[in-house]
Design a protein around this ligand. Sequence first.
Ligand code: B12
Length: 228
Amino acid sequence: MTEYLSTHLDQYLGFMLKKQREDALAFLGDLAESKKFTLIQLFQILAKAQQEIGSLWAKGAITVADEHYATEVTQEAVDTLASKLRGFHREKTGSALLANFVEGEYHTVGLKMFAELLKDDGWEVELFSAPLHVVSLFKYLESAGKRFDLICCSVTMEFNLEDLKSILKILRTNIHTKDTMVLVGSQLFLDKRFIDLMIDEKTNTPLADFLAKNFDDGMEFVRKVGKR
Ligand code: B12
């Protein structure tokens, strides 16, 4: 993150820690209206702020309630910023489904932000941040007669990786999804150990088409595969 962005990060964080929700949202609204920043840059500020909140919580410097407060503000900020900055696209880039497939995964802010980034890039997006069981997904695809060009999911907790791997194996073989591109995003992929785990050990093939450690990575991938 550039020094310029990190000053804004400190200010946003300051408002959240002082429980100044209105000021936090107004501050971000002004940044959006200045037209100096892209949506992805502003989301990077929010993501960094959330990660900082996590570190403060882990150190015992703030409470669980403080952390929940910050997350509520950030989720509201995602909607506010997206509605202020999203471009209009007559031509659709493609269709994407974003879902939290793992029942025990409660971290959903990254997926929500990525959904907005895709919309901003012209994708038709359906987001399911409450856990969506693959069986329900397949029933939905069948009854709606739908196919998506891209499926995105996210995982944060290491203990959810095995469940996610099983789900990706099912997506790879099911008639409704086997030809769909699959993108997984996670801060775990900052560590190569976790990237190496994301293969089907039986066939030695990757379980996803791309593993993103941040939004830039993810957008670079989707811009390559999107219908142009
Ligand atoms: C908010 C929060 C929660 C909230 C989540 C609410 C919600 N609706 O999401 C709640 C309270 C539920 C929660 C619970 C827990 N949490 Co928590 N949580 C956080 C916190 C503070 C912020 C998460 C967040 O909003 N990040 C902002 C997003 C944008 O960041 P991100 O998800 O990392 O996304 C980036 C990349 O991963 C990637 N990405 C993510 N998804 C996707 C998707 C796609 C498609 C793409 C392309 C990219 C992408 O791009 C993003 C930008 O770089 C983090 C701190 C942190 N470092 O993340 C801790 C953190 C993740 N939590 C942690 C822990 C320990 C827990 C609990 C176990 C606490 C407990 N004792 O109960 C539980 C586990 C719950 C579970 N089973 O999932 C630890 C995890 C440590 C670890 N790795 O083991 C962290 C790191 C805090 C800490 N420093 O210790 N948590």
